[in-house]
Design a binder for this molecule. Sequence first.
Ligand code: ATP
Ligand code: MG
Length: 417
Amino acid sequence: MAIKALKGTKDIFGDEVKNLEKIENIIREVCKNFGVGEIRTPIFELTHLFQRGVGNTTDIVQKEMYSFIDKGENNITLKPESTAAVVRAYLEHNMGENAQPTKLYYLSPTFRYERPEAGRLRQFHQFGVEIFGASSAIADAEVISIAYTMLKRLNINNVSLHINSLGGPQCRAKYNEVLKEYLASKKDLLCPLCNERRIKNPLRVLDCKNPDCQKLFVDAPRTIDSLDKECKDHFELLKDLLTKMDIPYIVDSQIVRGLDYYTKTVFEFILEGKNYSGTVCGGGRYDRLVEEIGSKPVPAVGFGTGIERLLIAYLEENKNLELDKRDIFIGYRGNLALEKAVVLVNNLREKKFNADTDLLGRSVKAQMKYANKIGVKFAAIIGDTELETQMLSIKNMATSEESKVSFVDLEAFLLNN
Ligand code: ATP
Ligand code: MG
């Protein structure tokens, strides 16, 4: 039997890869505008890093990791998220000694053993940003602005920004007690996993995907009611800066995020689409994570977003990303014309035009059909007359309009059209 790609994985090619490339280009441009540099970390790390960094009571660590023992008996895991890996790299290379803050972004394959469905793969790609060394809410606002700017440039408008604050460790301790009490009062209605978690990590319960459980959380105590003055001021400054930057938001006490390491700000951009609804981008502040993985505390804030979900979100509102068209196809009739077509196309490519010719020796009719299929802007055929007059008759494939252009003026024509 023919071998197929594994469940939850996919080959990306054709229009999809072009669409993804466009998204990636916008991401890289936005990061450049915000002074965020790229980091590429390995695809696998010691399992221990994610157990410590993501948290032992999270879905990711409990259920979703691709872990294995390698030939050197190391316990290895394919990256289920990149923040822990970026923190490891930040510490390993003493980036805190450079000018602060350290602003990094990644675009990385990510692996989670989940049940595949729309917008949920086992190998997907994440884009994320991390800012280390800034504890002020100015950095939280900047991180949110990066995600917002990217969504706007992608013309993804049917998303709303939900923000919340979980507070620092003291506020969390106070809140956990109130929440534990509330959850205990609902224990007969909660799913078994929630009942297991409500003792060990009550906040994690609020992240349960079970809709019956979610209904019970509408009236749960809110983290923002347990904030101390410092955390409250932090949240106020964030809200103020977002308002000043014209970034609309909703304060949503149900946003707690799926990872253990968040403190203070948490946020999600939630898509309300016709075909897909759900979170496309999530993040927050994680002032305790660096200390958890390394030695000294370093404030940090960031977000992660699934590229495939960005594409779904994009296609909800926009027909298709406008694809780059190859500029010109030059076909031929006869051997002399073939040589001329190959030389012309080659010259154009050297000058960085997108040019193509026929590699299969097809009839003129079949060549034009091919030109149509690959989606070029212009097409022309070289035959005896063209060789004699040194002129091409160039067809605009969208309008069918024909232009007479001499071989030597070809570049000028393409530049001007
Ligand atoms: P979900 O609630 O959908 O499981 P999550 O809270 O696990 O998401 P994060 O860990 O915050 O997601 O990852 C950030 C982003 O990565 C998500 O908002 C989503 O866009 C994307 N993402 C997460 N899991 C998958 C997956 N299995 N397939 C594709 N994209 C994913
Ligand atoms: Mg998940």
